[in-house]
Structure formats: structure tokens, C-alpha cells
Design a protein around this ligand. Structure first.
Ligand SMILES: [Cu+2]
Length: 166
């Protein structure tokens, strides 16, 4: 009986230790708040590269991307057109608000980890971790482009269950 108590205690200690490791891992991984669409990813942790093409036909190719919750994706974005285009990740609401600002201030330069703005013929990258299941929208916020349908979505599949120890 003593033996089983000791084993139970050992198991509890291990559980606590891994909970602490998990908590500090979370803390080191980003800022205190959880973004609605995920957070900037660490390039070395990217598990997948997704190539996205932007065209003067006001389209993203592909415009529908599937990832798994928790996955860090390296987007290699190419502007194969002549016009300036960009890929901005966000909620639909954020993108629409941002688009309205861009329409009023078309000269505005903006650069954040959730976006890449490219002149014709250029290639750039976004590394992003999708922390929440659901839909993350993306769009080109150059004036007129969003209205013309230059948008797409990343569908983030819910992680089936905790992965256990690795
Ligand atoms: Cu565009």
C-alpha cells in the first residue's frame, strides 16, 4: 500500500513539473495576450511552407488554405503581377477596418508580422502560428483590391487532442 502511495505521489510530481514546463513555454513563446488569429511564428519552428501567388487579376492562389491548430506556417508570397499587392492576415472585421483606413490614406506604408506588402515581381514571407481553431481571413488591402475580391481564408482545424509527451 505504501508503495502505491509513493507511485501516486511520483506521478503527481511529474504532472506538476510538466504543467510548469508548459506554462513557461507559453510565456516564452509570445506576449501575454492571445491574438484572435494567432501570433507571429518562429521561422525555425515552421512545420510547413505554403506558397501563395498574388496576381493583377486580384486573386490569391490558393485562396483557401488548410492548417492545423498550433501549426507554424511559413508563407512564401510572390507577387506575379505588376501592381503592388499584399497579404494581410486578420479577422474579417480587422481587415475591413484596416481597408477603410488604407482607402483614406493610400500612401500609408504599413508593416507588421501578420502582413507582407510586395511590389510587382517580388517575393516575401510571413511566418505565423495558428493558435486558435476556426477561420483566419486574409486579404489585399491595397485600395480597390479587397472590393475586387482579393481575399482568402485559412481554415484552422482543431487539434484532435493533446499530443502527449514528445
Ligand atoms: Cu492586391
Amino acid at each position: 500500500m505504501n508503495r502505491s502511495i509513493r507511485i501516486a505521489t511520483a506521478a503527481a510530481t511529474i504532472a506538476l513539473a510538466s504543467a510548469a514546463a508548459f506554462a513557461s513555454g507559453q510565456h516564452a513563446g509570445g506576449h501575454g495576450h492571445v491574438e484572435a488569429v494567432g501570433k507571429p511564428g518562429i521561422a525555425s519552428k515552421a512545420t510547413r511552407t505554403v506558397n501563395v501567388d498574388m496576381t493583377d487579376g486580384m486573386r490569391f492562389n490558393p485562396s483557401s488554405i488548410h492548417v492545423k491548430q498550433g501549426e507554424t506556417v511559413r508563407f512564401v508570397v510572390t507577387n506575379s503581377g505588376k501592381l503592388k499587392h499584399e497579404l494581410v492576415l486578420g479577422t474579417e472585421k480587422e481587415l475591413k477596418e484596416h481597408y477603410e483606413v488604407m482607402k483614406k490614406h493610400p500612401e500609408m506604408e504599413h508593416a507588421d508580422p501578420n502582413m507582407v506588402t510586395l511590389a510587382g515581381g517580388k517575393t516575401g514571407e510571413i511566418v505565423w502560428q495558428f493558435t486558435k481553431a476556426g477561420k483566419v481571413d486574409f486579404a489585399c488591402l491595397q485600395p480597390g483590391h479587397y472590393d475586387a475580391g482579393m481575399k482568402g481564408a485559412v481554415n484552422v482545424a482543431r487539434a484532435a487532442r493533446k499530443q502527449g509527451r514528445n
